[in-house]
Design a protein around this ligand. Structure first.
Ligand code: KG4
Ligand code: ZN
Length: 349
């Protein structure tokens, strides 16, 4: 059997970022290269899967090469190749998997498939190497809104998820509807800081549903109805208050559900992750709520909130350890991608 894994090459192509990173000992990021396709998709107001796949094909080899160069590594220095296998766009994921498989096969290296959502959560370790389990994770991104528990055994168990649109998806759609630009999340973040969140009343969907699931599409519809009834709300002086009130409603639900889940499962650590974790209001409200309950709050630095490959490599260290302990085969060439989250049995309370 191989010795302990020291250096992992991570590859991430689940959506519109082609990314590769080299990580040593789980948290030491030697390089973290992200080639963003945002400009290509901006004119469509959202990610176009076919365009994403084609761009990944063009970018993947240069991005991997740059990650190795910046890390000062040769292929021979790599112990394991880790790649995102889902959830995500199938055509996009396949580009990363094909590249990872080719490298693993040609160099006789182990190949680890990583769940993108778990990768996001693990981004918390990159700047907090001493972060401990058990913890409650909230991953909020363009494709996901998931509450999960990670126990000492490092297994991820889902306790709540979105029943319709993901939080970031709603932010992007609302920004597009209001003609604010793409991607919507960072724009809404900036504009809402100049608005008054008390101006407009918005519902707090599923706040009292008694479970830890989310639903944000009704919140989006509430905003659309308000603007339909009063088109003046699109104007610059009003839109800031509108967006600030809307964002506050979303953040209130995310924070309340996270706090309730932590209490229900007796957890004192909450870790935020995913692209929407970059949101200033969500970060500050989560910090405030956790501090009020003497809980500890973690969130990744901004470059590690949105899609990157360092988080994928980081998660793979724990997976590699687990498979080594169990003596399992480490290079499964039949590894395949998946588009949607296959939620394992929901953890009982
Ligand atoms: O994690 P990510 O890069 O990709 C997915 O896995 O989906 O997340 C992208 C999402 C987009 O919806 C984007 O609008 C949102 O994260 N986002 C933000 C902020 N920065 C990115 N949302 C709110 N505030 C931000 N500052
Ligand atoms: Zn993501």
């Amino acid at each position: 059997m191989r010795g302990k894994v020291k250096i992992i090459l991570g590859i991430e192509t689940s959506c519109d970022e082609t990314a590769a990173a080299v990580v040593r000992d789980k948290t030491e990021v030697l390089s973290n290269i992200v080639a963003s396709q945002v400009k290509l998709h901006a004119k469509y107001g959202g990610v176009v899967p076919e365009i994403a796949s084609r761009r990944h094909v063009e970018a993947i080899n240069p991005v991997i090469k740059e990650a190795l160069e910046q890390a000062g590594c040769a292929y021979e220095d790599i112990d394991t190749v880790a790649v995102t296998i889902g959830p995500g766009l199938v055509g996009a994921l396949l580009v990363g998997l094909s590249a990872a498989r080719a490298i693993a096969l040609s160099l006789d290296l182990p190949l680890m498939g990583v769940n993108h959502i778990e990768g996001h959560l693990y981004a918390n370790f990159l700047e907090n190497p001493t972060l401990k389990f058990p913890l409650l994770g909230l991953v909020v991104s363009g494709g996901h809104t998931s509450l999960m528990i990670v126990e000492d055994d490092k297994k991820v168990e889902y306790v709540g998820w979105t029943l319709d649109d993901a939080a970031g998806e709603v932010l992007d759609k609302v920004a597009r509807y209001l003609g604010l630009g793409y991607p919507g999340g960072p724009i809404i973040d900036r504009l809402s800081q100049e608005g008054d969140p008390q101006t407009f009343a918005f519902p707090r969907p599923m706040m009292d549903s008694g479970d830890f699931n989310f639903s944000f599409s009704g919140l989006k519809t509430a905003l659309i109805y308000k603007v339909r009834d009063d088109p003046n709300l699109r104007k610059e002086d009003k839109v800031r208050d509108l967006i600030a009130s809307f964002l506050k409603a979303m953040v209130d639900v995310l924070v309340a559900k996270s706090m309730a889940a932590a209490q229900e499962y007796g957890l004192s650590r909450i870790a935020l992750a995913g692209g929407v974790a970059a949101n200033s209001l969500l970060r500050s409200e989560m910090k405030r709520a956790t501090e009020a309950q003497s809980m500890t709050f973690f969130c990744p630095g901004l470059p590690y909130c949105t899609d990157n490959a360092a988080m994928i490599a980081c998660r793979a260290f724990d997976l590699a350890e687990e498979t080594q302990e169990q003596g399992q085969r480490q290079r499964d060439m039949s590894l395949d991608v998946f588009s949607t989250l296959r939620i394992p049995q929901k953890r009982s309370r």
